[in-house]
Ligand binder design. Structure first.
Ligand code: AMP
Ligand code: ZN
Length: 115
C-alpha cells in the first residue's frame, strides 16, 4: 500500500497535517517529534506506508539503509555533537503508537524528559 488515508504520517507526507520538516527526499521525510523526549527529537519515516518494521522485506533493505544513514547527517545538521539514540518501536509489545514505520533519532544535552 503506498498510502493509507487513515494514517497520520501518510497525512504528514501528503501535507494534509503540518510538521516541522528537517529533511525531505524521494524516499523519506524527517520532522520534529511533536512530544520531544530530548532537546533534539526527530522522526525519519518512509514516504511509502509500511505499518511496522515487522512488515519489511528484502525489497526494503535500501530504504532502511537510507533511513539509518540519514540519522547522523541530520544530527550533525541540527547541532548534535555528543551522541544520539536511534529507536524503532515495533508492534504492541514494542509500544508502537503510530502504525507507519518511523525511526526516532534523539540527541542533545541531558537530562532528557524520557529515554
Ligand atoms: P511510537 O509509535 O511509540 O514510536 O511513537 C510515535 C511518535 O510519534 C511519538 O513520539 C509521538 O509524539 C509522535 N507523533 C505523533 N503524532 C505526531 C505528529 N502529528 N507530528 C509529530 N510527531 C508526532
Ligand atoms: Zn502511513
Amino acid at each position: 500500500m503506498s498510502a493509507d488515508p487513515n494514517c497520520i504520517f501518510c497525512k504528514i507526507v501528503a501535507g494534509q497535517i503540518p510538521s516541522k520538516k528537517v529533511h525531505e527526499d524521494e524516499q523519506v521525510l524527517a520532522f520534529h517529534d511533536i512530544h520531544p523526549w530530548a532537546p533534539v527529537h526527530v522522526l525519519i519515516i518512509p514516504k511509502l506506508h509500511i505499518a511496522t518494521l515487522a512488515d519489511v522485506g528484502p525489497e526494503h533493505d535500501a530504504l532502511l539503509g537510507h533511513m539509518l544513514g540519514l540519522a547522523p547527517r541530520l544530527m550533525k545538521q541540527l547541532g548534535v555533537t555528543n551522541g544520539f539514540r536511534t529507536l524503532i518501536n515495533t508492534g504492541p509489545d514494542g509500544l508502537q503508537e503510530v502504525y507507519h514505520l518511523h525511526m526516532h533519532v534523539m540527541g542533545g544535552p541531558r537530562p532528557w524528559s524520557k529515554g
